[in-house]
Design a protein around this ligand. Sequence first.
Ligand SMILES: *Cc1c(COP(=O)(O)O)cnc(C)c1O
Length: 395
Amino acid sequence: MPKARDTSIATRAAHAGETWEAGPTVPVSMPIYQTSVFAFEDLDQLDAMQSGRLGGYMYTRMGSPNAAALAQAVADLESAPAGVTCASGMGAIFAALFSLCGAGSHLVLAGALYGGTHTLVVDELGRAGVRATLLEEADPAAIDRAIGPDTRAVYLETITNPTLRVADLPAVAEVCRSRGVPLVVDNTFATPVLCRPYTLGASLVVHSATKYLGGHGDLTLGLIAGDRGLVEAAAATSVRTGATPDPFGAWLCLRGLKTLEVRVRRQAENAAAVAAFLAAHPKVVRVHYPGLADHPDRAVADRVLDGGGAMLSFVLPGGLDEARRFVQALQLCRLVPSLGETGTTVSHPVLTSHRGLPEEQRRRLGIVPGMVRLSAGLEASADILEDLEQALRQV
Ligand SMILES: *Cc1c(COP(=O)(O)O)cnc(C)c1O
C-alpha cells in the first residue's frame, strides 16, 4: 500500500497556492480579497457568470479567490481532484455528511471520534432523521456488518483522540468500496504529510484546519477534499448553510500550509522523543503513541502512516489530582484545549474533549482522569523533555 512518504509533498507544500495568477506581474504572496461581493460591468457579464459561461467570483459566501486557492492547495496535498474550504472543521464535517444523507439515512461512525462530531451526528443530524451506528473500533468486519441498505457513509478518523488508535484505511476502504458506500475520513491528526486517505480509498477527506494546516493557533477553518462530484455537493451544502470562510482566514491558512511539511516532521520527531522519554519514566504508567512498539496499532501505523505522528497521550497513576499538579507545574508547555500549534501544548481529555462521554464508556476506551494529551511543538526537544521532567518531579 502506498504510504504518505513522498518527498514532493515538501515541494508542493512550500509552493502551496502559487497556481493563482493576477496578471502580467504576479506578487509572490496572494493578495487578500477582503471584499464581501464583486462588481460587474453590466447585466450581460452578471448573467454570464450566473449561467456558468463566465468563471470568477460574485459573492464571498459563495466563494472567494483566497478560499479557492486554499482548497486547491489542500486537494493537491491530499492527492485528490477537488476541494472546498469551510468556516471551521465542524462546518466541513457537517457539509460533507449532510450532503450525503437526509431523513431516513443511516451513517456508520467507527472508532473514537472528536466530541463535536459525535454531538453533530447524534443531536443535529439525529433531529433531521438521520440514524447512526456508533462502533467503538474501526474494525472492517464490524463496519461491514453495520452497513445496511440506507447507509450513506462510513465515517472515521485516521488517528483518534486521545488514545491515538490508527484505522486500517485500506481494509475499511475495501469494505466501503464493495458495499458501494462512500468513506469519509477526518485526517486532522495525521495531516497529508503523514497520510493521504484519498490515495488509500477514501471518497472524502475532512480537516479541522484550525489545527495543523493553519498551524499557528490563529485561525478557525475547515477543509474537504476528494471526489469532484461529492466535493461539489458538499460545497453546495456549505454555501447554503453559510459555513463558508472569511478571506483573511483562508489567506492565513495558505500561508501556514507553506511550512506544513517541515512543521509536522519536526513535531513528529519531538513527539517520538517525548514518547520514548515518558515510556521510560517511572512516574508514567502508560504512553499512547503509534510509534511505540507496544501500541495496539503499531503494525497498521507502519503501513498507513509515515511515522508515529505529532500527538501522544500518557497516564499518571495518581488520577485527576496528579494530572492537575503536573499541568500546573509545566512552564514551557501550555495548557491549550486544541493542538497543532508551533508550541508544545497539553490538554486533559476527561475535563475537555471527552467530558460529555459517560464515565463507563471513557473507561472502556482507556480515557482515565490521570490522562494528559500532548501536542508536540517545534521547540528543541531537550527543552520539552526538561520541562516534562521538572513537572514530573513535582507530582
Ligand atoms: C478540532 C477538531 C475538529 C473540529 O474542528 P473546528 O475547526 O474546531 O470546528 C474536528 N475533528 C478533529 C479531529 C478535531 O481535532
